[in-house]
Design a protein around this ligand. Sequence first.
Ligand code: FEO
Length: 397
Amino acid sequence: MKAIPIAKDIWWVGAIDWNAKHFHGHTFTTKRGTTYNAYLIIDEKITLIDTAYAPFTEEMFERIKTVVPVEKIDTIIANHVEPDHSGALPALLKLCPKAKVYGTARCGQGLYRYYHQKIDFQEVKTGDRLSLGKRTLQFIEIPMIHWPDSMMTYLVEDQILFSNDAFGQHYATSQRFDDEVPQEALMEETAKYYANILWPFSHLIAQRLEEIEKMKIPIKMIATAHGLSWRKDPAKIIAAYKRWSSNATEPKIVVVYETMWGSTAKMAEKIVEGIADAGVPYELFDIAESDRTEAITEMFGAKGYIVGSSNHDSGILPNMTAFMEFLKGLHPKNRIGCAFGSYGWSGVAIQSLQSTLAASGVEIVQPALSVQYAPDETQLKQCYEYGKKFAELVKKN
Ligand code: FEO
């Protein structure tokens, strides 16, 4: 496994996790795998920007060794403390005990709390610069994109922005650049990453993008910490982030439900029939059988959410409970929604499903619709009208 040049004397020395199926525990499905990107700069200071997830330490070392002995690294930039980027640091510091690590104050604290060892750590702030010899690094704090410690590092002379998690994707490929892979897959994975990880921080992302814009730094390449880097048109992904962070939506409805004996599923099918007849595009997910990461990605751009579940004990079904908890953490803004479902002897849980949707930040625009046991023809007609009316509201909003 070799280092891959990305510019003169600058190398990608990360690792490709072809088999990753999940990320952040099991909160994110990585159907295309992922990469942990680390970058080596050969100058008077031999510098490594970020490392890799600990199980991929040897792969990273192997790539570094094709350029320079690992022991020669004397400068390490820790853009982010999360273990997918810092996991290889303890092993690296064993080989390079004199190396100095640079990062934000919170990164320094976080590294200590993760690895419980003394590190020669230098705190940096936005605007601080570090000369590597012929080249200069400039640091840009980006707190909460997506952890408090996060930062980007800008390589002044080469105009490369090492952006860490921002602008990245979970996309394992032997290619390293945006122009080398199908654009549709690239944007799909980038949007999926934003929707499932960065969405709740959108207002901060909008601010940080503005701050970076005000710095007026020319950006020839964005070198990400996951997946592909952007060299063909870095402005394209910055524009996409601006759009996404504005919470803009399109007239589209996502219906997510879980069913016990099929009654809630029948309701869902009639609801989407009504939506379709109102001329609004929709997506339908039975969450017990669907991928949550995909459902959230569809919800990311949609104006309307309809959630449904059968009543179960005193609550709703467990896959839907987990889904609602995840959605609540994403704090969707500027969306409208409602809830539906079937019950046996108490419809309270359907009301509480609607309240949970409201608690996530979604504006409730019509009362919850519930049916005892199984919907009859009249109730199926009500479901149809429920979907149609909601679709009309989505068109108006
Ligand atoms: Fe890729 Fe926030 O770690």
